[in-house]
Design a binder for this molecule. Structure first.
Ligand SMILES: Cc1cc2nc3c(=O)[nH]c(=O)nc-3n(C[C@H](O)[C@H](O)[C@H](O)COP(=O)(O)OP(=O)(O)OC[C@H]3O[C@@H](n4cnc5c(N)ncnc54)[C@H](O)[C@@H]3O)c2cc1C
Ligand code: SF4
Ligand code: SF4
Ligand code: SF4
Length: 395
């Protein structure tokens, strides 16, 4: 008889859902805590004390990351409409297309009708549109790990994309290498809770959440950056750090789940066969080498971590503009590749305030920070073309 999973400290659970998928009697469900972060809850009446949930937990079983030297690229898809709908260089779609073309299934984060973010699997290019674009909130993996296992055993190709902890959770749950599985992890600095996002959407839509459609955290109409939008009724509403307390605190790194402030994945090697992120500060000569890329629409940094990753990345060669680079130049402007986020001094007060008084605590703190935001916006107004020139001179 073995003990079931039990979370002693919040930083010891990233909410990946591997334990839920591993529990045959269905004794585990994910439940929101007071701040809306999801943690497993065990129904003692259903638990048969098999210990399987403990065996698959990424906090008890360490999944080795790829620690070797990855091949590193600057890349962007050639298809401009895909690029505009993607957060950075649209490489996720290029990889997903290659897997779909082989009859595979692609899993990623998607909005549901009631504006929750969940992982789901798609098997055609039309379905892929829902997975495109970053949703800056924790996505629930539901029963997708079990679906993946079944598909892999049936001999289908599967691409699973997500945060490094989700990929680690999937691999721990599977417990074996599958040649037909391709994993894609993201450079990740942390996730707030779905409850926080719901509260924020309620506020910014003036109580009309049900009228919200097409949320984009990164809307390329405003350039390649961190400015987004959503549709509400007939209007397009700007959604960014200047209009949303949630977005502001997300970018500042103030409202992540505790595991993000202790995230071990930046230092323990990448979890995916391929890692995707934004290639902030990409240099002018690299863009020339990419031939035909438009940096105003976004460039991805791509780390190809495994032999399997190399095979899939070479399969997308014709659909992308690409140039080889090195990890050090990507890391210069992307510190999430090497270190986890650190909570600022006001983190605890903000979180406790949110637990006690709800979204009002976000609004109260946010007003004080508007000055910071004005300065950042002013910097953002410098055209990226000029920023790249400056970075060529300075570095
Ligand atoms: C929470 C979060 C934090 C991030 N932080 C950074 C960062 O600090 N630095 C950086 O360089 N890049 C970061 N990224 C990655 C970046 O925003 C792009 O997602 C990435 O560069 C891929 O872009 P793309 O243009 O290739 O594809 P896109 O089409 O833009 O990306 C879609 C991919 O993102 C996945 N995805 C979207 N939302 C979620 C989610 N909530 N949880 C799990 N997977 C999701 C989808 O499944 C799909 O695989 C972050 C992404 C997320 C979701
Ligand atoms: S010990 Fe077994 S039955 Fe009990 S919660 Fe864990 S996986 Fe489920
Ligand atoms: S398996 Fe994932 S969700 Fe379950 S306890 Fe471990 S970290 Fe948390
Ligand atoms: S920062 Fe780490 S723990 Fe948090 S979502 Fe990203 S990978 Fe998971």
């Amino acid at each position: 008889m073995r003990a079931h999973i039990s979370i002693r400290r919040p930083e010891e659970c990233c909410g990946c859902g591997a334990c839920v998928n591993a529990c045959a009697p269905g004794a585990i469900t994910m439940q929101e805590d007071e701040a809306g972060f999801i943690y497993p809850a065990v129904d003692e009446a259903l638990c048969v004390n098999c210990g399987r949930c403990v065996d698959v937990c990424v906090f008890t079983q360490k999944e080795e990351g790829a620690n070797g030297a990855p091949q590193v690229y600057a890349a962007a898809v050639k298809d401009k409409s895909v690029l505009k709908d993607s957060s950075s260089g649209g490489i996720f779609t290029a990889i997903a297309d290659a897997v779909l073309d082989k009859g595979g299934v692609v899993f990623g984060a998607s909005w549901t009708d009631d504006l929750t973010v969940e992982h789901t699997g798609v098997s055609d290019r039309d379905g892929l549109a829902a997975l495109r674009g970053s949703k800056y909130v924790q996505s629930s993996t539901g029963d997708t790990f079990s679906q993946v296992k079944k598909l892999l055993k049936d001999g289908r190709y599967v691409c699973y994309s997500g945060t490094p902890c989700q990929i680690a959770g999937l691999k721990a749950f599977l417990g074996a290498e599958y040649e037909n599985l391709l994993t894609v992890d993201l450079v990740c600095h942390g996730v707030p809770s779905m409850k926080m996002l719901r509260d924020d959407l309620d506020f910014v839509s003036k109580g009309n959440v049900s009228g919200i459609r097409d949320i984009r955290f990164r809307d390329k109409q405003y350039g390649w950056g961190t400015r987004g939008s959503f549709l509400c009724g007939d209007s397009k509403v700007k959604y960014n750090a200047g209009t949303s307390a949630y977005y502001f605190y997300f970018l500042k790194g103030e409202v992540y789940r505790e595991s993000c402030y202790h995230c071990r994945f930046p230092s323990e090697g990448r979890q995916g066969d391929i890692t995707l992120g934004d290639y902030w500060g990409v240099r002018e000569e690299l863009i020339s080498e990419m031939g035909g890329a438009d940096p105003e629409l976004g460039v991805s940094c791509v780390l190809v971590n495994t032999e399997k990753g190399k095979r899939w990345f070479s399969a997308i060669g014709n659909s992308v503009c690409v140039a080889r680079t090195d990890r050090a130049s990507v890391e210069k402007r992307n510190k999430q590749l090497t270190a986890h986020s650190t909570p600022l001094p006001e983190h605890s007060a903000l979180l406790n305030g949110y637990i006690k008084t709800g979204y009002a605590a976000f609004r109260k703190g946010y007003k004080k920070h508007i000055k910071d935001h004005v300065i950042r916006t002013a910097k953002n107004m410098i055209p990226s073309r000029i920023k790249r020139k400056l970075s060529n001179i300075l570095f």
